[in-house]
Write a protein that binds this ligand. Structure first.
Ligand code: ADP
Ligand code: TZD
Ligand code: MG
Length: 562
């Protein structure tokens, strides 16, 4: 007898009802015991379900969907190994402050707790704890509503992060009275409440900016996430302070904005006396705020929702604890006309450096070597996407990442999705599917050939769901470079001249093999016009890259020759 048609319901239905009640309409995952029926039922009940080939990629899709929408992205996996495959994405989401919920089915608790060797046995809730913002287990069907509510709140309130929700096979199959089940569900009210900053913190920060001779604003992906684009733009334009976007904050204000100091980054950072961090941490990506890049004397204002972020690397003289939208509103309200004025000397100094650097870059960009190098290929990509300001750019690799970050300008916020806080490889196809799924917009994934390999099998997923994704593989035959000789394959090299485009063709998508900039631009234009899943295999000079890209200084060198 079907429990749902009588007055009974079960765990499968309750979890779906709880997600739907909270506006979650999309789930990313990989099916198997004990969640196969759950994935089928989700689809039958109107949730969009994206089935992947590996849980890491499903998890990355969920995480980036959370970043783009401010709603937790949900990933579902099987127990044990499926859970662990998804865990990397959950840890990466937590590290990057993306809201995500990983739900995994789990085996029999009684057997797990005595380590009696169940199918895919693992104490998943405990395993998840160190890498998640929160980790919960639902042990009774009547607790599903509470479990989902807690997971949603934990994922999106305060600093967003990854939440693990353990769902035992027993709970999934358990039945309870339908009416009682319905009553047990919770519709979360105001899951990410505004966090209003203290007025005194705003006054203090403005007075620091008022006295500053060379102020600088740094926008991080927390600012992008906060969807405070209009408030941020008004504050920057009213004060005239130059700004620098961190990579995923590119487009919060267009890269073409006259106040962008991006082309004079080191100068602006090195010379600034007061720096206002807006949703950006002083981690390795900002050299911890320390010399030689930074001056010892720089004073910091920091806008963040997480109070414990203050003083983590440098003393923060102007902490502003609040959500960025509320904080920027408070700044705009408190700011008196012409209260903060930026000396022309400072903006002119930045302007001069920008022009010099742009002129220097132009030489590189305009060259058209054969085979292509990173800058010539990216100039071709830039031309190919010029008429598509709505495309999402996914980007990973080493040289491929460094060059693309600088060469591909962003016009709109939250459109650049990349390796982020960890500098991680493998986010490519997951982020691409997640961005296409939540937006319906085209995605161009600019991938190092090594980076692509970490999630490359998802080209099948892209073809199956007919997503408007164009994958550009920057094929230089290896990690950083493809020219290391030796009798054995080198640790960094791959099969030279590999035909990655055939991977897309294998599943019904379109493949291109391009060796020059003109064909690259044309292929990209055609791909975007067609909206078809496409992979463009871009042949790049194997000698063009630098080991470790722009972060060579972080790579320890052999102290004793081998
Ligand atoms: P980036 O890598 O771009 O420099 P980080 O990931 O290091 O950015 O920093 C993002 C910061 O933004 C985190 O410290 C996080 O707590 C903060 N943050 C995220 N969302 C918000 C928000 N809505 N309001 C305020 N701060 C936020
Ligand atoms: N594994 C994971 C998960 N993340 C990593 N960052 C690395 C390994 C190490 N790594 C980098 O930091 S960049 C990179 C690796 C393997 C690949 C660089 O090669 P690529 O890019 O082909 O993607 P370029 O254009 O050849 O530099
Ligand atoms: Mg490479």
């Amino acid at each position: 007898m079907d429990a749902h048609t009588t007055s009974m319901t079960d765990g499968f239905h309750l979890i779906i009802d709880a997600l739907k009640l909270n506006g979650i309409d999309t789930v990313y995952g990989v099916a198997g015991i004990p969640i196969t029926d759950l994935t089928r039922l989700m689809q039958a009940q109107g949730l969009k379900y994206y089935g992947f080939r590996h849980e890491q990629n499903a998890g990355n899709a969920a995480a980036i969907a959370g970043y783009i929408t401010q709603k937790p992205g949900v990933c579902i996996t099987v127990s044990g190994p499926g859970f662990l495959n998804g865990m990397l994405a959950l840890a990466n989401a937590t590290t990057n402050c993306f809201p995500m919920i990983l739900i995994s089915g789990s085996s029999d608790r009684a057997i797990i707790d005595l380590e009696q060797g169940d199918y895919e046995e693992l104490d998943q809730m405990t395993a998840a704890k160190p890498y998640a913002k929160a980790s919960f287990r639902i042990n009774r069907p009547q607790d599903i509503g509470v479990g989902v509510a807690r997971a949603i709140r934990a994922a999106v309130s305060g600093r967003p992060g990854g939440v693990y929700l353990d769902l035992t096979a027993e709970v999934l199959g358990a039945t309870i009275d339908a009416e009682e089940g319905k009553k047990s569900l919770i519709k979360v009210v105001d899951p990410a409440p505004a966090h209003i900053p203290d007025d005194a913190s705003i006054t203090r920060a403005i007075s620091m900016l008022e006295k500053a001779k060379r102020p600088l604003i740094i926008l991080g992906k927390g600012a992008a996430y906060a969807q405070a684009d209009e408030e941020i733009r008004r504050f920057i334009e009213q004060t005239g302070i130059p700004f620098l976007p961190m990579s995923m904050a590119k487009g919060v204000l267009p890269d073409s904005h006259p106040q962008s100091a991006a082309a004079a980054r080191s100068y602006a950072i090195g010379q600034a006396d007061v720096v206002m961090l807006v949703g950006a941490r002083l981690n390795w990506l900002l050299s911890h705020g320390k010399p030689p890049l930074w001056s010892e004397k720089t004073a910091y204002i920091q806008l963040d929702i997480q109070s414990t972020e203050m003083d983590s690397n440098r003393p923060i003289a102007g902490p502003v604890i609040g959500d960025i939208k509320s904080s920027m509103k408070a700044f705009l309200k408190a700011l008196k006309p012409k209260q903060v004025q930026v000396a022309e000397e400072w903006t002119n100094g930045i302007g001069e450096r920008k022009r010099k650097n742009i002129d220097r870059m132009a030489g590189l960009l305009n060259a058209d070597p054969s085979p292509m190098n990173f800058s010539s290929a990216l100039r071709a990509v830039r031309a190919g996407i010029a008429d598509h300001p709505d495309v999402y750019i996914v980007n990973e690799g080493a040289n491929t990442l460094d060059f693309a970050r600088n060469i591909i300008d962003m016009d709109k916020p939250r459109k650049r999705l990349d390796s982020g806080t960890w500098g991680i490889m493998g986010i490519g196809m997951g982020y691409a599917v997640g961005a296409a799924a939540v937006s319906g917009q085209p995605v161009v994934a600019i991938e190092g050939d090594s980076a692509f390999g970490f999630s490359g099998m998802e080209v099948e997923t892209i073809c199956r769901y007919k997503l408007p994704i164009v994958v550009l593989v920057f094929n230089n035959g290896g990690i950083y470079r493809g020219d290391e000789d030796g009798s054995a394959p080198s640790p960094t090299g791959f099969v030279p001249g590999a035909r990655y485009e055939k991977m897309m063709e294998a599943f019904g998508g379109v493949g291109y093999h391009v060796e020059d900039t003109k064909s690259l631009t044309q292929a990209l234009r055609d791909a975007l016009a067609s909206g078809k899943p496409t992979l463009i295999n871009c042949m790049i000079d194997p000698t063009a890259g630098t080991e470790s890209g722009h972060i060579q200084n972080l790579n320890p060198k052999l102290a004793i020759a081998h």
